[in-house]
Design a protein around this ligand. Structure first.
Ligand code: PGA
Length: 271
């Protein structure tokens, strides 16, 4: 893969200029629609995004719609550069788990990726690191790439423990068999999600370095190839700056992914 130079740099980012070898991967740009999108709106949003993607280079794009839209969007994205992902999966392959979706069901619906351990699952459904690791293992078993989410709370950051929490979550949330080919990690500070607030470039760089360090403690030596995404209040305005931070290999986008035009601007911001 050709080395790409980020198009925009702020003074802050320039101060921590990225070594050329650190951006040898295509970025991974993930849209997390969360619990948004009925059939007609979802189809319209996906069609508009597929149209944009057909027109130009936007990195590796994955859209994670609600499970109800997966089969419909599979048809919309067929033959396009946009891949499909789930927002969560159960730890088990099948069985008596009312309301849940298995990783193999996601694969059957056309998914190549699944988000696991999102903070809204961790907080709203009591999912700890061990469960997240089991979900990632289930994803791998179904041939999916697991996008494993980690990130500190406001209290963790205020008490000076952000990096400790991030490192512990990384080590605890990865199953045996995780590899850069089947796993990406999304660093999403809980306080930044949906808040309009983002960490500064230096804090993002430090967090991503800790994610990679946690990976290397767990699987010695393979952290350099891992794609580490930033998530939390990414917008078309800040995406270029965030994607230029050393160690940032993509973004996980919630609210701003609900507009095809905005998300496409984010997808193009890494160039
Ligand atoms: P946000 O959500 O972009 O709306 O902050 C990101 C996420 O929760 O994945």
């Amino acid at each position: 893969m050709r080395v790409r130079v980020p198009g925009r740099e702020t003074d802050n980012c320039r101060a921590t200029a990225m070594p050329p070898e650190s951006r040898h991967r295509r970025p991974l740009l993930v849209a997390n629609w969360k619990m948004n999108g009925l059939h007609a709106d979802g189809l319209a949003l996906a069609s508009a995004l597929a149209g944009h993607a057909a027109a130009g280079e936007g990195g590796d794009i994955v859209v994670c719609p609600p499970a109800t839209l997966l089969f419909a969007l599979r048809a919309v994205f067929a033959g396009s550069a946009v891949a499909l992902g789930g927002q969560d999966c159960h730890t088990a392959a099948a069985g008596a788990h009312t309301g849940d979706v298995s990783a193999s069901m996601l694969a059957d619906a056309g998914c190549t990726h699944v988000i696991v351990g999102h903070s809204e699952r961790r907080a709203g459904h009591g999912e700890g690191d061990e469960t997240v690791a089991e979900k990632a293992a289930a994803a791998h078993g179904a041939g999916l790439t697991a996008i494993v989410c980690v990130g500190e709370s406001a209290a963790d950051r205020d008490s000076g423990h952000a990096l400790t929490v991030i490192g512990r979550q990384v080590e605890g949330s990865l199953p045996d068999g995780a590899a850069p080919e089947n796993t990406a990690i999304a660093y999403e500070p809980v306080w930044a999600i949906g808040s309009g607030r983002t960490p500064g470039p230096a804090d993002i760089a430090a967090a991503h370095a800790e994610v990679r360090a946690g990976w290397e403690r767990r699987f010695s030596g393979s952290g350099a190839a891992l794609r580490v995404l930033y998530g939390g209040s990414v917008t078309a305005r800040n995406a270029g700056e965030i994607l230029a931070v050393p160690g940032v290999d993509g973004v996980l986008v919630g609210g701003a992914s609900l507009s095809a035009d905005t998300f496409w601007q984010i997808c193009r911001a890494w160039r």
